[in-house]
Design a binder for this molecule. Structure first.
Ligand code: PLP
Length: 434
């Protein structure tokens, strides 16, 4: 559930009229709902009752400093995949002592930063990485806390580009080689064996693969506890969200109207399935949700520039592009698109909703039925709170979008729209061209 709904004819985020935000700050602009993030966090936390757990928000999903601060205020820790993401957590005013560091390519410099800031655990993805962390920790005269990411060879049943838990993927160490990797790790003088980790994929909407992976790794975790005294088991992230009926899914009645078997994964069903499997281990359970905490808490506001009639086709050309939100182009992702001003007296229109970028893949929706809208009117691209702004780029020399955080009837810019001067400020024309 989330806090985007029409009040009268106007789409609101909590108690803020989104058209007012668009007029004030321009478009394209990401808008996030603080209450939705808090609800998501609290629901997940409640569903884990009975476990000793720590939620670590995967900040690659949304790394805006205000968003990180909001989660940190709730007692959330973080999962990061680079030193930059770690430094963002610190810049947001939090420490990283309960946070974890994943990623297959950690550099020596990144390992050093993480050790200096006393992170909770490295999540190690290969044998050479064990050697490197040991080496850096040794030079610093400290012991590095590590967990090995195991790859359970489970198909997450999600898009190929966001599936990570099969043996053909680059992530983790195959479960059958993991015991040997721990044996090797235990011999390094500057490592402390702290836990075990897995993460099989993103946007998972079925319980099956999650349960299968937990069942595969839990006995190994128990073995590691006996042998090395490990203290945590991270089961990763990956809980999926609703994209297709994004707006309707904000209402409890939408969920109630669906038969149990057709209901997307909820934190309650997730918790009910995994808690009984994890509780007997007596380990601290770490979760690393990204998308689930922020995905439905954000929209991307965009302005209609043109309605173009092609050969038997309509194109609704908007001022947001694939550089602002790449998910449709990159993952064939579906995003619901709605008008900020709802007018049921208008006819509907079938159109491709496209951006201005010079690529055919710059398309948010194909053959989509939408209320007729014209130049200057605003649309909201729903469920854009995760992997939106964090994946944005400046292709076509388009400045990075603004971001706004809403809480109740308050709203504030949490990232100013980039200017042309900022966009080019790091570039230089060398003397030999002058
Ligand atoms: C991306 C990632 C996550 C978060 O995935 P979501 O699908 O957004 O929940 C968690 N853990 C690791 C190691 C990741 O790479």
């Amino acid at each position: 559930m989330h806090h985007f709904r029409y009040i009268g004819q106007n789409l609101n985020c909590e108690s803020v009229d989104l058209a007012e935000v668009a007029r004030l700050y321009g478009t394209p602009t990401y808008v996030y709902s603080a209450a939705t993030m808090a609800d998501n966090y609290n629901r997940l936390a409640s569903s884990l009752k009975g476990l000793d757990f720590q939620i670590c928000f995967a900040n690659k999903a949304n790394a805006n400093l205000a968003v990180l601060r909001h989660f940190s205020n709730m007692g959330c820790a973080f999962e990061f995949a680079s030193a930059g993401e770690l430094q963002r957590v610190i810049a947001a005013g939090s420490d990283v002592k309960q946070s974890v560091f994943a990623g297959v390519g950690k550099t020596e410099a990144e390992i050093k930063v993480a050790l200096e800031n006393q992170i909770y655990s490295f999540h190690v993805e290969s044998e050479p990485e064990l050697a490197r962390i040991n080496h850096v920790a040794g030079k610093m005269g400290v012991k590095a806390p590590i967990a090995i990411r195991v790859n359970p060879d489970v198909d997450a049943h999600t898009h190929a580009k966001i599936s990570t838990g099969k043996s053909e993927h680059k992530f983790g160490i195959p479960l059958k080689f993991a015991a040997a990797a721990y044996e090797a790790a235990s011999k390094y003088p500057h490592l402390t064996l702290k836990g075990v980790q897995m993460h099989i994929g993103s946007q998972m909407t079925e319980l099956g693969p999650i349960v299968e992976a937990v069942k595969k790794v839990a006995p190994f975790a128990a073995e590691l506890k006996t042998k090395y005294g490990i203290s945590h088991f991270s089961i990763g992230g990956g809980i999926g969200i609703v994209y297709k009926d994004a707006l309707a899914s904000g209402q409890a009645s939408w969920w109630d109207s669906l038969p149990e078997s057709q209901r997307p994964l909820t934190p309650e069903t997730y918790g009910a399935a995994v808690v009984p499997l994890l509780q007997p281990l007596g380990l601290k359970i770490v979760l690393e949700p990204g998308r689930f905490l922020v995905g439905n808490a954000g929209v991307l506001l965009t302005r209609v520039e043109y309605l173009k009639h092609g050969n038997g086709k309509n194109f609704l050309i908007v001022d947001a592009g694939m550089n602002d939100l790449v998910r449709p182009a990159m993952y064939d992702a579906y995003h619901e698109v709605v008008a900020l001003h709802k007018d049921t007296t208008r006819p509907s229109l079938v159109a491709d909703i496209v951006g201005p970028v010079c690529e055919s893949s710059d398309c948010f929706a194909k053959e989509r039925s939408i209320q007729e809208v014209g130049e200057g009117e605003y649309l909201a691209i729903m469920s854009a709170g995760a992997y939106g702004k964090t994946m944005a780029c400046r292709y076509n020399a388009r400045p990075l979008a603004a971001e706004v955080l809403v809480k109740g009837s308050s709203f504030e810019l949490v990232c100013v729209r980039e200017t042309f001067e900022q966009m080019t400020s790091l570039e230089r024309i060398p003397a030999f061209l002058k």
